[in-house]
Structure formats: structure tokens, C-alpha cells
Design a protein around this ligand. Sequence first.
Ligand SMILES: [Zn+2]
Length: 375
Amino acid sequence: MMQLALWSGWSATKSWTFVFDLPYSASLHTDYREGYKATRSLCYVKRTLWFCMLLSFYEFNGTGSVKGTLKIPAHFTFIFLMWQKDDARTSLLILMDTPSYIPPPSRYWADLGTADFAALQASGCASKTIAILPVAATEQHGPHLPVSVDTVLVNGVLTAALACLPQYVPALVLPTQSIGLSVEHARFAGTLTLKNETILRLWTDICECIATVGIRKLVLFNAHGGNVSAMDMVARDLRARLNMRVYSVSWFNLPLTDTDGSDVTKWFGQTEMRFGIHAGDVETSMMLALDPVHVHMDQAQNFASTAQAYSLKFDILGNGKSAKLGWQIQDYNPTGAVGNAAAATADKGRITIAAAGRALAQLLTELDLLPSATL
Ligand SMILES: [Zn+2]
């Protein structure tokens, strides 16, 4: 006959103590100790540190009992499993060295209420929580795409990431900032841009509110190249003044690999990945996957870049590293698009979104393992 007992829980605020009182014989005691030593092990499972301890209790016609205590320290999640079959009892203890965490009812900041934030603070988990501020743009994207592209993409990749993010990773997504720094597209009607000082103030103000909740880990998650320099400045300022650990992450700089580990950028080619920086094959494919109604493929062309022409003509100026142009999009192509949009397909877009989502989820899982106490 098999008997099974299972306890699990978390130990954010106190230690847990199990008291054993199990039948045993004199010889059993030795087996118990040897078994304990032999099977005690540390192992990594999916980059999460687990402490596994296997305790075996064998019963040989014995009388008496094993008495002992097992103390689980604070800040561990644990699962304790004990089973008995015939005359043997075995127990398995798994301690998970991640912050104990009771997930709020939603991953989205705006869905939560006063009681949810109060619970987050009371649990002591606020400092472990990773806030994600999605930053994007509303700017022209050539003749074939709407001005919403960067906002659609940042939300699309985030949705893909949340779908594969382990539940124990404490992440909260802030409202998407759909207007960014788009001065390089200002010559084209429809572009909405903030000024440098406005965007620094806006993002800083939002992040200061996050800090008052007790949150110390923040990801600025971006879909627009023009935002990158502003992200760097905001991140360093928040680190210096508020002791926040801030990572600036653009989806297009994440490692984009398929589930088998192969590089998905191969579907676009090296030339497109280097020069097709705006409304080209990559962004158009992702839009075909996320919002095809607003994509006009009859207007999509192979929009050549002047940067590609320079790369063939000049060794240093054209190497893409030594001299960075303070560009406006018309410097690269008068249509406001750069890249081979005509080659776009929804399948390539879906593959790219899934790869970026997986990479972001992995990144968040890794950030969860960082101690906030080092700041
Ligand atoms: Zn874009």
C-alpha cells in the first residue's frame, strides 16, 4: 500500500520547522544518516537554484521512532513530499532559493488596486518585483505601415514574453509609453515626438513613483532606436539617486533564437539586419503577424539605404562603428523607410516575435535571481 503526504509553502516572513516522529529500528538510524549524506545534492534546474534533499527512512520490523527537526530558513519556497510503501518511507524536500512570492491577480500594473499594492508591500516582495516600463513611439514608418508600429511591436513582444514567463518570477508591466523620442522622423506628418527634456522628465517621474512602492528592479523595454540614448540617461540617474537596478533593453538587441537554438535573423539575412533599420523586412513582417489590417503590402518596396552605399565606398565611414550620424530618416531614404519591406511575411514575423518574447522572459528570469540587496 502506498501512502503519500505533501506539504508546500513559502517562508517569506518566518522559518518553518518540521518535527519528525517516524517508526524505526536500531539499524534504521544508521541507514537514515547514510542515506541523508549520500543523496544530499545541489543542482540547477532551469537556472534556478534548487536545494534537494532526499531522506530515506527504512523500517525493519522495528519499534521506536526517528525524531528530528528540519528547519527551513526564511525566503525559501519549499515542497516537502513524503511517501510510504510497504515498510519503507521516503521523503523528498525541495527548497527553491528564489524570493517567496504571491503573484498579484494580474501582471499589468494598471489592473491592480490599492489592496493589491498594499499586499505587495506587506509581503516584503516589492523589492524583488521587476517593473517593466514599455517605451515605444508613434512615428511614420514609410508608405506601407501605420505610425503605431513601434507601440504594436513592444506590446506584441511583451505579450509573447508573459506567456512563457514562469509564474514565480515577480514582474509587473507598466502602461506602455506610446510616444517617444522621434525627432529623426519629424519631417513626416503623423509623427508625434516628445522633446529631449520632456522624455527624460516623463520617464523619470514614472520611475520615481515605482520606487515609492518599494520596487528596486526596473526594465526599460523598448522598440524604438531613437529612445536608446534617453533610456541610458534615465537608467543611470535612477541608479545614482534612487539606488534602483535599471536595465535598458531593446527587443532588437536580444538574442533572437528559435526553440532549437538557431538564429532566426537568418530569415532576413545579414544585409537586411544591418541596413533595414526602419519599416523594412523585420518590422513589416512583425506587423503582418500582429496587425495585418493596417499593413499595405501593395506599397511595400525594397527601400535602399544610403548607409549601404557608403559601406561599399568608405572603409571607416562605412564600417557602421566608427562614425555615428545624427541622422534624420530622409538621410537614408526619401520615403521614410529603409529595408526590403517587399520581402516581408507574417511567418517570419511570428518567428521573430516568439524569439524576442522567449529571450525577454529568460532575461526577466535571470534578473529575478539577482539579489536586490547588493545595491
Ligand atoms: Zn519602428
